[in-house]
Design a protein around this ligand. Structure first.
Ligand SMILES: C[S@@+](CC[C@H](N)C(=O)[O-])C[C@H]1O[C@@H](n2cnc3c(N)ncnc32)[C@H](O)[C@@H]1O
Length: 157
């Protein structure tokens, strides 16, 4: 893939930061099996059951699912994290999100700090087919609606 294609595919404007398959497999093993990917395209979905931008996963119910969310990384990511938190309050619903570790943002403090589990990824992920590491650190958060003990940890240690 040439540089300009990479810029288009992986820029925060397009939001196409596809989860590395190996990393997804680890999360699927640890938190899954996931049965809904509400932020996807038919090409990059991680689950057979998914919503595209045209269908708008934000407006759909995620109730009853074990959901994997790698949201679009542009403006509006706060709304996806709020949505993940709110959906996880529903019956039998668990929401795991791969997000940039932007620990200074309002949404981090309002929603991520309510997550049941927060893991900081060691190193930088290589999204999609990129040979380059992302220019930001990542975190994996889990809203499981249990409100038990909060867990903070590291991933890829
Ligand atoms: C960061 S990518 C994640 C792709 C894939 N789910 C993965 O984890 O590898 C975010 C995806 O969300 C899609 N998207 C953007 N807005 C959306 C919306 N409102 N509803 C559903 N999907 C949306 C984008 O087209 C993009 O494919």
């Amino acid at each position: 893939m040439n540089k300009s294609t990479q810029v288009v595919m992986f820029s925060s404007k397009t939001g196409e930061w596809a989860t590395p398959q190996e990393f997804f497999d680890k999360l699927n093993w640890r938190f899954g099996p996931f049965d809904l990917d509400p932020c996807a395209s038919p090409v990059n979905t991680k689950c057979a059951n998914f919503f595209t931008e045209a269908e708008d996963g934000m407006t759909k119910s995620w109730e009853g699912h074990t959901v994997f969310v790698n949201p679009p990384y542009g403006r509006g990511i706060d709304k996806w994290i709020q949505k993940g938190y709110e959906e996880s309050r529903k019956e039998e619903t668990k929401v795991v999100m791969l997000i940039p570790a932007r620990t200074d943002t309002k949404y981090w403090h309002k929603y991520v700090m309510k997550a049941d589990e927060v893991y900081f990824v060691k190193g930088r992920l290589k999204f999609g087919d990129s040979e380059n590491s992302a220019p930001f650190p990542s975190a994996v958060i889990c809203f499981d609606g249990t409100n038990r003990q909060q867990i903070f940890g590291a991933m890829n240690r």
